[in-house]
Write a protein that binds this ligand. Structure first.
Ligand SMILES: CC(C)(COP(=O)(O)OP(=O)(O)OC[C@H]1O[C@@H](n2cnc3c(N)ncnc32)[C@H](O)[C@@H]1OP(=O)(O)O)[C@@H](O)C(=O)NCCC(=O)NCCS
Length: 174
């Protein structure tokens, strides 16, 4: 399959926080934000794979700053790395106060999507070809994060985590 750069499938979406999206404190509800993140991340994965995708897992969801009623939510997703049928998609979220034009970082997470056919069976996806230093860094990190999440979900044994072992050896010099 022909490799694609992360730039080709990147997705940026913008939403306005309305009363129906908020809790009693007037903040965007976590579940609503996760929904927006899932959609934005899935679009990048679908663009990369040109397939239907399903969410296999979500990790590192980190609510750093509440998003207020009336603020604009900016979401950007990028496929860091594609494996055989799965893809790690990173999503970053910012809030913008349009009265001051100030933006702040609110959230980051990693979504794993699997490309599937009409029967829901996994299908192969094209590899990622990183082009910038930032893309290369995310590409390298994705292999280690994948091993970590597969260990945590009981799908991989620690002694099979080659990328994690190589990384630890490089860091510790062992
Ligand atoms: C995700 C799903 C397709 C995996 O099916 P499966 O029969 O376990 O398939 P496989 O074991 O062949 O794994 C397929 C890929 O998923 C990855 N995967 C499976 N579970 C995972 C998890 N918890 N975290 C990360 N990756 C996972 C595997 O590593 C593999 O990746 P690779 O092909 O790139 O190596 C299946 O479990 C499923 O359909 N789950 C429900 C998805 C869903 O309903 N999501 C919410 C709505 S979209």
């Amino acid at each position: 399959m022909i490799p694609k750069s992360p730039t080709q499938s990147r997705c940026r979406t913008t939403e306005l926080v309305l009363p129906n999206d908020t809790n009693v404190l007037g903040n965007l509800m976590g579940g609503r934000l996760l929904y927006l993140m899932d959609i934005c991340a899935a679009i990048a994965a679908q663009r990369h794979s040109n397939s239907t995708v399903v969410t296999a897992g979500v990790d590192n969801v980190d609510f750093q700053s509440a998003i207020k009623l009336g603020e604009v939510v900016i979401l950007e997703s990028v496929v860091n790395r594609a494996f055989t049928t799965s893809m790690e998609t990173e999503i970053n979220v910012w809030a913008e106060d349009t009265t001051t034009a100030k933006r702040r970082t609110c959230n980051r997470a990693f979504y794993t999507f699997v490309a599937v056919d009409q029967n829901g069976s996994p299908v192969p996806v094209p590899p990622i070809q990183p082009e910038t230093d930032e893309q290369r860094e995310r590409f390298e990190g994705a292999a280690q994060r994948r091993e970590l999440r597969l260990i945590l979900s009981g799908r991989l044994r620690l002694d099979g985590a080659r990328h994690l072992h190589d990384h630890l050896a490089a860091v510790t010099g062992a």
